[in-house]
Design a binder for this molecule. Structure first.
Ligand SMILES: Cc1cc2nc3c(=O)[nH]c(=O)nc-3n(C[C@H](O)[C@H](O)[C@H](O)COP(=O)(O)OP(=O)(O)OC[C@H]3O[C@@H](n4cnc5c(N)ncnc54)[C@H](O)[C@@H]3O)c2cc1C
Length: 323
């Protein structure tokens, strides 16, 4: 690990003024610093900031502070009752100990689990722009089939972000130039020729909170995660669905996938195929086909395409079971 300076911020203004690397739960950052993948000169502890609350939003939705721990969010009564998909996604991630430390902001910003990224013996365009991507012709079983470029095929590993994508979450940020907000779908960037730039955050900008919109009465949701073992494992493919059925027809649906994209992957194509149609397996399958239409398999990850389709179909079946 490289030497680094360490300070604690007590206010949001104070945190953004320090132009250092924020640490919240530390479960991503400290790991990567030990591996010399991340080498910040200055680390700013943000755990004392007053961003650890879940509150009702004026529009009936929910405002979630960036420092709310994953365990607290998963078990919050409003989240369990109204945003089930989010609770399920959080509880499918990591381990209880990690979830007790991991925060909402840190989870959104966790880095890829690509083994080449995490091992400094290998080149990696994300770590060192222009150095190359050994995953493209290497062992790429866990890599992306959607959104990849000739420079990077690393997946975004968050479960929580996939559920938040289907819930149409807004991300609120504060930097030295003031506050702004952006839809989570626009927050993450495609790797293109700059895979080192993963999201729209400016250097020193802090995520302060996220907001979930109110859901229409009768909305159902579900998160399904498929992985190599039942616990303590990242998704090979996952699906988050938020769906409203009226008279046997899909009135409104939001579909997002994890484990298959370079970012948590919302499929507006799948949503368009399904809205207005009968809520049945045949139409769910048509939506899943649309969701994976642009998928590009690499040598070892072609199985993810069918796996993700089945995840989407199964998640929709479960969510609409009693609708
Ligand atoms: C063994 C293991 C298994 C895991 N399994 C899963 C899994 O199955 N599913 C899953 O989704 N995740 C999994 N994770 C990842 C885990 O969820 C993340 O490490 C965690 O959510 C990160 O949150 P944190 O608060 O610890 O972030 P930190 O490590 O503190 O920060 C992560 C990054 O976010 C930045 N940051 C943090 N907060 C802010 C903020 N408010 N504003 C701006 N920048 C900020 C930091 O500078 C850093 O770059 C696993 C992790 C481990 C170690």
């Amino acid at each position: 690990m490289q030497p680094f300076g360490f300070t604690q911020a007590k206010t949001v203004d104070g945190a953004v003024a320090q132009s250092g690397r924020f640490v919240a739960g530390g479960t991503t950052l400290i790991d990567l610093m030990k591996l010399d993948v991340e080498t910040p000169r200055q680390v700013v502890d943000i755990n004392l900031l007053p961003l650890d609350r879940v509150e009702a939003a004026p529009d009936g939705g929910l405002k979630i502070g960036a420092l709310v721990r994953n365990s607290d969010l998963a078990n919050h009564p409003d989240v369990k009752a109204r945003y089930t998909v989010l609770s399920e996604a959080l509880l499918s991630g990591a381990s209880p100990q990690l979830r007790n430390m991991a925060t909402t902001g840190g989870n959104l910003l966790q880095r890829t689990r690509c083994y080449y990224f995490r091992d400094t013996n290998y080149a990696c365009n994300k770590r060192q722009p222009g150095s190359g991507c050994p995953a493209i012709d290497g062992f790429n079983r866990v890599h992306a089939v959607l959104g990849g470029s000739e420079n990077c095929v690393a997946t975004h590993p968050s479960d929580m972000a996939v559920a938040m994508m289907a819930l149409e979450t807004l991300v609120h940020m504060q930097g030295t130039k003031g506050e702004r907000q952006i839809a989570l779908d626009d927050f993450y960037l495609a790797p293109g020729s700059t895979p080192d730039k993963e999201n729209v955050l400016e250097p020193g900008e802090l995520i302060t909170y996220v907001t979930l919109p109110a859901l229409a009465a009768g909305t159902k949701s579900y998160y399904l995660k498929l992985r190599d073992r039942a616990q303590y494992e990242f998704a090979l493919a996952s699906a988050a669905v938020v769906v409203q059925v009226d008279g046997g027809r899909v009135k409104r649906v939001r579909i997002a996938m994890g484990g298959v994209g370079t970012k948590p992957w919302r499929s507006k194509e799948a949503e368009a195929v399904l809205e207005g149609k009968a809520a049945n397996e045949q139409n769910f399958r048509a939506a899943a086909e649309a969701a994976l239409r642009d998928a590009k398999p690499l040598r070892y990850n072609g199985f993810k395409i069918e796996l993700a389709k089945r995840a989407v179909v199964r998640a929709l079946m479960v969510a609409t079971q009693n609708a």
